[in-house]
Design a protein around this ligand. Structure first.
Ligand SMILES: *Cc1c(COP(=O)(O)O)cnc(C)c1O
Length: 497
């Protein structure tokens, strides 16, 4: 498997999975993609239906990381996707153990407009958000790769919540890796703060910056742009453009597909075109999660629609409705009650545009040059936009009022508590139900992470998994620093000696 940049640099070079694992953007500013997508056969689908999550992950990942010896990759994914790591599944007692073993259980809601509607639970991992699904794999991949080369890595990031905690829980105790995570001092919820700051591992450093999230983000950019410092202190990132994160997420689309079609009679002799279709709705921000769905579909998984759900920050919905991609400034980026989708531009979007434009790097380069200079591009009048439908994409947006009423409705109708991001997904999914085609909404977080909005919607406390009882009372370990890149550099220097 060879990896190429969406902007075409180094077209003659070879990049393996391990080569791009520790890097971020390609050197021309593009994103990495495989030179072609591996395809699945009906025979493989038939065999994969009954595999455990870890064994399915091995089958999917080996197609993308053929430079890692198979037995080592297999051991690594089995270490990653274990029932005791994904132990926060819904439902107590007897049902619980079985659901945890499934890693991403499918939770049926009911049949609406003739379509079976269900949630794919992706948030049963250590930090109760879907980012664990990929980040846990990344932690083990980093440790494995660094051990082989004898290198160290210092991960520097900024977080307003989900990403930072997922990264810290994935990297805690890993050999060769340190995490320096910047967060805005006193700006996160008590739950999110406690999740991160209660970690006592020696390789995890929580830096509470006196400022807002954008200040923390600016510091990360400033440090990363100091190339000498970056090289000397082996600074890396784990942001959502990381290819290994995207590819790890491909696995659960297969898993969700198999679960939603469990009752159907298909086997290796069923032509791929005759396999049942399933639609997925994905609460989206940086387009990382739904990009993985796009890749699963390109591999031949029979996905009908990929429904992109946004909140009030509707950059992506605007594109899929109109063909206009227009990034937003800070003043136009709203703080909403589904905060992990509050983005002004979608960092993984370029991967889809590359495929939409027939994999033409010169055009991708031109369009994303326009994003930088003019704040966007317009494909409405080109033939390209008409092809979006061939890729299965449709979209919709949600608002606070819709979010609240959807949480209430799902609670009243199905006795199921959903978080605010998943609620955006459900409300948009309902616009695209088709008789006989299962609709799977990806559940991206558990309600306890956004307890305040749950109280507003349901006038009751959010369900708290047993492992999180008393979280806020645990001792916390963090350092307060001024919003000053030099002070952060000094801190890194002092703590990497
Ligand atoms: C990160 C996140 C999203 C958005 O995912 P993208 O891959 O950025 O599109 C949605 N919901 C939750 C809870 C998240 O943490």
């Amino acid at each position: 498997m060879n990896y190429i940049s969406t902007r075409g640099a180094g077209a003659g070079e070879r990049h393996t999975f391990s080569d791009i694992l520790l890097g971020g953007l390609a050197k021309d500013g593009g994103l990495y993609l495989p030179s072609e997508y591996p395809r699945v056969s009906a025979d493989e689908l038939a065999r994969w239906r009954t595999l455990s999550y870890a064994d399915l992950a091995f089958e999917v990942l080996r197609k993308f990381c053929d430079d890692i010896p198979e037995d080592e990759l297999h051991a690594l994914v089995r270490r990653t996707y274990r029932a005791d790591v994904y132990a926060n599944a819904r439902g107590g007692d007897a049902a619980h153990a079985g659901r945890a073993a499934e890693i991403t259980p499918l939770h049926a809601l009911g049949v609406e407009n003739g379509a079976p509607l269900s949630l794919l639970e992706l948030s049963n991992g250590p930090t109760l958000a879907f980012k664990d699904m990929a980040m846990q794999l990344l932690g083990n991949l980093f440790e494995y790769t660094l051990a082989k080369t004898g290198q160290h890595l210092n991960i520097l990031g900024a977080t307003s919540g989900d990403t930072g905690s997922a990264a810290e829980y994935a990297m805690r105790g890993k050999h060769g890796v340190r995490v320096f995570m910047l967060s805005p001092n006193r700006k996160m919820s008590a739950f999110q703060t406690a999740q991160m700051y209660s970690l006592q591992d020696e390789n995890i450093f929580n830096l509470a910056v006196e400022g807002v999230f954008d200040d923390a983000q600016d510091i990360v950019k400033a440090v990363s742009n100091d190339h000498a410092f970056k090289a000397r202190y082996a600074i890396g990132t784990v942001n959502s453009i990381n290819w290994a994160r995207v590819v790890a997420q491909v696995v659960y689309y297969f898993r969700g597909y198999f679960a939603a079609t469990r009752e159907q009679h298909v086997d290796a002799s069923t032509a791929l075109a005759d396999w049942p279709k399933v639609s997925f709705t994905v609460p989206s921000g940086n387009f990382g999660n739904v990009c993985a769905g796009h890749i699963a579909r390109m591999m031949g998984l029979p996905i009908h629609r990929l429904v992109v759900a946004t909140n009030e920050n509707d950059v992506l919905d605007e594109f899929f409705r109109t063909g206009v991609y227009r990034v937003r400034g800070a003043a136009e980026t709203f703080h909403t009650t589904s905060p992990s989708m509050d983005i002004s531009k979608a960092s993984n979007f370029e991967r889809f545009i590359y495929d939409l434009l027939g994999r033409d790097p010169a055009r991708v380069r031109a369009l994303f040059h326009d994003v930088e200079t003019q704040g966007g591009f317009d494909l409405a009048k080109s033939g390209d936009f008409a092809r979006v439908a061939q890729f299965g994409f449709v979209s919709g947006r949600s608002t606070h009022a819709v979010r609240i009423s959807t949480i209430r409705d799902i609670w009243d109708r199905y006795a199921t508590m959903i978080d605010t991001h998943t609620a955006d997904g459900v409300s948009v999914a309902r616009q695209y139900l088709e008789p006989g085609i299962p609709m799977v909404v990806l559940e991206t977080a558990q309600p306890i992470k956004f307890g305040e909005t749950i109280r507003e919607a349901l006038d009751r406390e959010a369900v708290r998994p047993p492992a999180f009882e008393g979280l806020e009372a645990l001792p916390q370990r963090f350092e307060v620093l001024p919003a000053d890149a030099q002070r952060v550099k000094d801190y890194i220097v002092a703590h990497t000696a």
